[in-house]
Unconditional design. Structure first.
Lengths: 420, 165
């Protein structure tokens, strides 16, 4: 069991503190540790493979801690084909067989949003997910890392897994957002300046903006994956963390050693856009006014939250999207959809010409609910614009904030929110 | 002799195996026809067991989809050599027993070159020239020989971590 918390020495980053505490001994960047896993998140796309690995390769009788496992159907929800429907039935049967009660079926929402909404991840914990954007759990101060099916199977069977303790990049946020600029612009700015592997094998910590909303923290932490990061962490402080109980041993240590420190001046930041086919191919939205779009997609674990829908509704209120443009809206969860219905944001967006899909991943991964054809251009609030990511390899995906997405839907060309 | 297949920087998981061809979408157990199906359609029909991928930085970036390295294993790729690998791909390949070597050879070999790999010593011979690769520790060779981390776990009753040579 972990040693008493008082044994953690000074000078540790948040990741070092969390992994040291879990491993029961002091671990610094570069060390390898075996740690118990507080939470395993597995979604529909990889759970069938996890089940196969558990049953056929590990020959594990059962999962070790069913109460620490969450299974969420979001990647192809509802099922778009018979093979997928059959795979989902396999997942439902297994969840029942293993007594996994944290099971969220079609329509509850994108896995990472559901994990945070349901309070399944907490400050100081270690969570792994069969999804690269499990880094999102850092929004509540949880060390969240994406893994593949076999790492998940090992963790489910044994309750633990091994980690290399990452070095940490410290990002200091200064000032406040300008109008029409939001967390996604910070993320894309970091992608542009650090590059797609700027944080490979490393963690990213955000400091200096305790006013940042939980929704924004989720965007920031989730997008560290696009820098290659193993975890993205926001220390649980400020109003957004008022409902969170941070353990006494978890703290921002002024003596912590960082591999690199990056300063971002929010007062000077303008709307950013990642151009296809790479996330670090970034330019200000104001320089891309020539780019015509066919589809605008607002949604995903990156930017499908209530704050994002509100930002889009604010811009689209009383107006209508441009002729020839499709605006697809997929709230990140059922709760968000309900809240947007209750507060009128959804009615505003529908009146502006939006159509709405089932809460889940939608076309982000190019499988259903709005994939694009050859030569089509999508402006998306998601996280990846790789060739073929959203459909035909000749389709093009531009990434940006919900504010820029809404303004772009209005004009039919890439447009910063301040220009409409 | 093994053929070398050269790929560039940031070869992402959507290039290796687009999400639309995931086993979850097709219920296809055999992944051997899918690697690079859209990015490089001649790869899957032509690749031979034992062939080697030499790539640029950040190979395997993107998704946690383990079926991407699994598809490369399915066609018999003997090793992937790149200066850096994206972290989840690295872990997945390790777990599957698919050898990865961190080395920059992209500028020194050409697509279609014939090569001989000594994975245990960490050496690639191309046209009489021997390129040194990071020599794998014993535990890693065992993971490769035994067929991955799960097989290792079953054989040894523990994770490979920290084993002394």
């Amino acid at each position: 069991m972990p040693e008493p918390t008082a044994s953690l020495p000074a000078g540790l980053t948040l990741s070092e503190q969390i992994l040291s505490h879990a491993a029961g001994h002091v671990a610094r960047a570069g060390d390898l540790v075996i740690a118990p896993i507080d939470r395993c998140m597995s979604h529909d796309s990889l759970t069938p493979e996890v089940i196969d690995a558990l049953e056929n390769e590990l020959q594990a009788a059962h999962v070790k801690h069913p109460e620490r496992i969450a299974v969420i159907i979001d990647h192809v929800a509802p099922a778009a084909s018979v093979p997928t429907a059959n795979a989902q039935m396999k997942v439902r049967r297994w969840v029942a067989q293993e007594g996994i009660t944290h099971f969220y079926d079609v329509g509850v929402g994108v896995c990472h949003q559901v994990m945070i909404e349901e309070g399944l991840v907490a400050p100081g914990q270690i969570a792994i997910g069969t999804d690269s954007h499990a880094t999102a759990y850092g929004a509540v101060g949880c060390f969240g890392a994406g893994v593949g099916s076999r790492d998940m199977a090992l963790a489910m069977a044994t309750g633990q897994n091994w980690f290399r303790v990452p070095e940490t990049i410290r990002v200091n946020l200064h000032g406040r957002f300008r109008p029409g600029v939001s967390a996604k612009d910070v993320s894309l700015y970091l992608c542009g300046s650090l590059g797609m592997e700027g944080a490979n094998y490393q963690a990213v910590e955000f400091h200096g903006a305790p006013w940042m909303t939980l929704d924004s923290r989720e965007t920031l932490c989730s997008m560290t994956t696009e820098l290659g990061a193993k975890a993205g962490l926001y220390y649980p402080e400020g109003e957004a963390a008022a409902h969170l109980q941070a353990p006494a041993w978890l703290r921002i240590d002024p003596e912590a050693r960082y591999g690199r420190t990056v300063d971002v001046d929010l007062d000077a930041l303008e709307a950013q856009v990642a151009m296809p086919p790479e996330v670090d191919h970034v330019a200000p939205a104001s320089e891309l006014a020539d780019v015509k779009v066919d589809l605008v997609f607002i949604g995903t674990c990156t930017n499908g939250r209530l704050q994002d829908l509100h930002a889009a509704a604010e811009i689209l209120k009383g107006r209508h999207i441009a002729p020839g443009v499709r605006l697809l809206l997929i709230p990140a969860s059922h709760r968000i959809l309900q809240a947007a219905v209750a507060d009128g944001a959804l009615a505003t967006l529908l009146a502006a010409g939006a159509t709405v899909g089932t809460p889940g991943c939608g076309p982000c991964i190019g499988r259903h609910l709005g994939v694009i054809g050859a030569g089509e251009v999508c402006f998306s609030t998601a996280n990846r614009n790789f060739r073929g990511r959203m459909g035909d390899p000749e389709g093009l995906v531009y990434l940006g904030s919900p504010e820029t997405a809404a303004a772009t839907a209005l004009t039919g060309r890439i447009t910063a929110a301040t220009a409409v | 002799m093994a053929r070398i297949w050269v790929f560039g920087d940031n070869t992402d998981t959507d290039q290796i195996l687009p999400g639309r061809y995931a086993p979850y979408m097709t219920s296809e157990a055999d992944l051997s026809k899918y690697p690079f199906i859209e990015h490089r359609p001649e790869f899957a029909p032509q690749v031979q067991p034992g062939d080697i991928i030499v790539a640029g930085n950040n190979f395997g970036c993107g998704s946690s989809r383990e079926y991407a390295p699994r598809a490369l294993r399915a066609v018999g790729i003997a090793a992937i050599i790149a200066p850096t690998f994206a972290r989840i791909f690295y872990r997945n390949a390790l777990n599957l027993g698919l050898p990865l070597f961190e080395a920059e050879l992209q500028s020194r070999v050409a697509d279609g070159d014939l090569a001989e790999l000594d994975r245990n010593q960490g050496a690639l011979t191309v046209g009489g020239q021997v390129y040194e690769l990071p020599a794998p520790p014993l535990w890693l060779r065992q993971v490769w020989d035994e067929g991955g981390v799960i097989a290792y776990y079953r054989n040894h009753g523990r994770l490979p971590l920290g084993e002394a040579e």
